[in-house]
Design a protein around this ligand. Structure first.
Ligand SMILES: *Cc1c(COP(=O)(O)O)cnc(C)c1O
Length: 430
């Protein structure tokens, strides 16, 4: 396997380089130089395989030659160890629940796999690697639990003070060991700017091996294709045309679905479901990509005005708009409509959707009879407890694990959104 930069197909690197660097030097995103089709008989008999076996087959084809098979197996065993069940609401609609991992969001698949892969790549090094990550909520918890206690890796998570939910804050501030949380007196954009500046700082780069765990890393994208196969496996006996509806922000999840289709998964079409940040649905309608500053919504993990994986989708389809339109349609709801969608799912099916999944659910209300729609439930609704309880007028029971988590003591370093403080903090840790 080799990967190229979306800005230059001739600039090829190994998987290890792509994972450790995250972004290409020309600021492009890495893409696999070939996307192999899986053996059709494997796909026809997908229901004979476990989730981990499916993940192994996908990796074996995609990552050919990059890592010995025995190590791929270890990486998968170590990371893809929670289920992705499809819960059918009626004959035509199912929810693919992607929140059964440690931080209860689909980002666990990407973060756990990336952590296991990185740990493999640095297994023989004695130098320490430092991962910097800025989070607006869900990424921090997923990265914290994915990288927790991985030898040779320190993780520093920057989050905006007062702007993540209590549960999200506990998930990233209570683990300790190799995970450090910095509570920044500023916004998510300030956190992201600090991380970017650190990557451009000579002193820091001379003293640390810095890596990024944000969602543009190819190691987070690859494992997200596994659960599309796993979902297909669970509904293939129904013999319907499969439609995936994907709640989208930076479009990593949708890109992984398109990758699965390219690898031979029989998906009839995808729906890109967004909130009022409907840059991509607009692009599908007009052919014009017009990024805008993000608007705050109740589905805040999708408040993205310039989706980072847009360039990957363009690259996969050779910038052919009509080819993209054949596979993907757009759909979006504002906050009021999102709340109405949550109420709709709850009153019709007694099913509690989180605000992100609810938009994707609503997008499936107009299927034809021969279609089966699966929406991705990207987070457990309790991660957005206030919105959900307020909208549905229904109290949610927290699991005992969560109740325990909420009693743990937060441990974070407070800091102004100022690069010199951040830099001296990093240097003082050496
Ligand atoms: C991150 C996130 C999304 C958006 O996923 P992308 O891959 O960035 O499109 C959707 N829902 C939830 C709950 C998330 O945490």
């Amino acid at each position: 396997m080799e990967l190229y930069s979306t800005n230059n197909k001739h600039l090829k690197v190994s998987l290890e380089q792509a994972v450790m660097r995250s972004l290409a030097p020309d600021k492009g995103l890495y893409m696999p130089d070939s996307i192999p089709e899986l053996n059709p008989s494997f796909i026809q008999h997908l229901d004979r395989f476990s989730f981990q076996e499916i993940a192994f087959e996908v990796c074996k084809s995609l990552m050919k030659g990059a890592i010995p098979l025995a190590n791929i197996r270890e990486i998968i065993d170590d990371s893809i160890n929670f289920p992705a069940p499809v819960v059918m609401l009626d004959d035509n609609i199912g929810s693919l629940e992607l929140w059964h991992g440690p931080s209860m969001a689909f980002k666990d698949f990407g973060a756990c796999f990336m952590a296991a892969l990185m740990a493999y790549f640095i297994r023989n090094e004695d130098k320490k690697h430092t991962i910097l990550v800025a989070t607006s909520g869900d990424t921090g918890g997923a990265v914290a639990s994915g990288f927790y206690d991985k030898p040779g890796i320190e993780v520093i998570i920057l989050y905006p003070s007062g702007k993540v939910s209590d549960l999200q804050e506990k998930q990233l501030t209570t683990l300790g060991k190799n995970i450090t949380a910095l509570e920044i007196n500023g916004t998510f954009d300030d956190c992201q700017a600090l991380v970017k500046e650190a990557f451009n700082d000579h002193d820091l780069n001379n003293r640390f091996h810095l890596s990024s765990a944000n969602s543009i890393n190819i190691a987070r994208l690859i494992p997200q294709s596994f659960y599309y196969f796993e979902a297909y496996k669970q509904v293939m006996h129904l013999h319907k045309h499969l439609v995936f509806s994907v709640p989208s922000g930076n479009f990593g999840n949708l890109t992984a679905g398109l990758l699965a289709k390219r690898m031979g998964l029989p998906v009839s079409r995808f729906i890109a479901a967004t909130n009022s940040n409907h840059i991509f649905p607009d692009f599908l309608n007009t052919g014009v990509y017009d990024p805008k500053p993000a608007i705050a919504t109740i589905s805040n993990a999708m408040d993205v005005g310039d989706p980072s994986n847009f360039v990957r989708i363009q690259d996969m389809y050779d910038r052919d708009l009509s080819a993209i339109q054949k596979d993907v349609s757009g759909f979006w709801l504002n906050d009021e409509e999102t709340r109405a969608a949550m109420i709709d799912a709850f009153s019709k099916y007694n099913y509690v959707c989180d605000p992100h999944g609810a938009i994707a659910y609503k997008a499936l209300r107009s299927l034809s009879d021969d279609e089966l729609g699966i929406f991705l439930e990207t987070a457990h609704p309790c991660k957005f407890q206030d919105v959900v309880e307020d909208t549905l007028n229904h109290k949610m029971e927290l699991s005992s694990d969560l109740l325990t988590l909420m009693t743990k003591t937060k441990n974070a370093v407070s800091m102004e959104a100022d690069f010199s403080s951040f830099k001296s903090y990093l240097l003082s840790r050496q």
